[in-house]
Design a protein around this ligand. Structure first.
Ligand SMILES: [Zn+2]
Length: 386
């Protein structure tokens, strides 16, 4: 069992699962096509799901289980995922404390999400019996949910809750500090690289959105009415498209981020640099390869990540920096500057305000100031003074 990319005649791609004879597994293939084309998920999502479903089917094959009913024993699958190296070798039981996990709890939870999706699809598809859903999900009270998600009338409601989920350590994507962002910027050796750092750190774009930018998305005139756009001031549009370089804006809805003068200036300098290199005159992509083959070809999301890592090394920073840490820096700086959660949500292109919360890493001085603004209530202060 292995995950495998498929290119459709229209040019769209998705990932499927092939068996030992290199033939697609029919139910898995239908599920992954449904994800990609029915639910409009990214190619990279189908890749992650295909790899997870392939692991599940490989476990079933190795342990002689029927995949349509094996979901009843997901606990054993979790043990296998935790200790079976690459899933290639049959699991050997190791006595004592010698065995260390080969997959993180976060990775295993992602595999389980894909397996639940796959098995739910298989049940609806008629390929697996309905009771499998009961092995995957239990009914739970809605009172476990955040208050916003509970019934408005306060009545008892039920929901499906997945039975198998490992507890993960808290998410540890940190923000890049302002000092780190400045150091990255100073380590740039081209106008293009400076523009990339600013788009990540001062417009908060994801690396996929940066790589997917087209020239028509850059509205940097004071009045963009002639372009048929009613957003005032300089801004960048983030639009989801099918791109040859694999770039993909995660937000389903297009959104616009205001660009400050640093971004506008960096873009102007980059346009000159790109012209001087004679690179990609015909390309509609904003960010193209200037220094490595194929010259003029669109930069990939991975190339954006590699660039930020190289800049961090060149700048002598003590830790690895990812594009996502710059986006976290953007979100946190907005909050520290007093932006409200709904403003931050719009600027990060999130559909829900709650999605913005993990991006906020409040400055400790701001937390102290908040406590001091409240002050110790007088009654308590008087008690303590006695
Ligand atoms: Zn516009």
């Amino acid at each position: 069992m292995r995950a495998f990319p498929v290119k459709m005649p229209c040019g769209s791609r998705y990932w499927t699962v092939l068996d030992e004879r290199w033939e697609p597994v029919p139910v898995a293939d239908r599920f992954l096509r449904e994800l990609r084309f029915g639910r409009d998920r990214a190619e990279s999502t189908t890749e992650a799901y295909a790899r997870s479903v392939a692991l599940f089917l490989r476990w079933c094959g190795q342990t002689g289980r029927d995949w349509t009913t094996a979901a009843g024993e997901l606990g054993l699958f979790i043990t296998w995922l935790t200790f079976a190296e690459g899933g290639e070798q049959p699991l050997r039981v190791v006595a004592g404390t010698g065995a260390s996990p080969v997959r993180s709890t976060r990775r295993i939870n992602r595999v389980l999400v894909a397996v639940r999706g796959f098995m739910s699809f298989a049940v609806v598809d008629g390929a697996a019996p309905g009771w499998v859903l009961g092995a995957l999900y239990e009914l739970a009270s809605r009172r476990d949910l955040p208050i916003e998600a509970q019934n408005e009338d306060g009545s008892l409601g039920l929901r499906m809750r997945s039975r198998h989920r490992l507890s993960e350590p808290e998410t540890n994507v940190d923000r890049a500090s302002d000092a780190e962002i400045v150091a990255l910027f100073m380590a740039c050796r081209s106008a293009r690289d400076r523009l990339i750092v600013l788009l990540l750190a001062c417009a908060g774009l994801r690396r996929g959105a940066v790589a997917g930018l087209r020239r028509e998305d850059m509205h940097f005139a004071p009045d963009n009415g002639v372009l048929g756009c009613d957003v005032a001031g300089a801004h960048v549009h983030v639009v989801r498209r099918e791109n040859a370089n694999g770039a993909w804006a995660k937000s389903r809805r297009p959104y616009a981020v205001p660009a400050d003068f640093m971004v506008v200036q960096a873009y102007d300098q980059y346009v000159i640099e790109r012209h001087e290199h004679g690179a990609g005159a015909a390309s509609d992509f904003v960010l193209v390869n200037l220094f490595r083959a194929p010259i003029g070809g669109p930069m990939t999301p991975d190339a954006i990540g590699d660039l930020i890592e190289r800049l961090a090394v060149r700048a002598g920073l003590a830790r690895r920096i990812t594009p996502h840490m710059l986006r976290h820096g953007f979100g946190s700086n907005l909050a520290d500057a007093g932006a409200s959660l709904d403003e931050i949500q719009m600027l990060l292109g999130h559909a829900h305000a709650g999605s913005a919360a993990p991006y906020l890493h409040p400055d400790t001085a701001r937390l102290r100031a908040a406590v001091e603004r409240v002050g110790t209530p007088r009654a308590i202060a008087q008690q303590v003074a006695r």
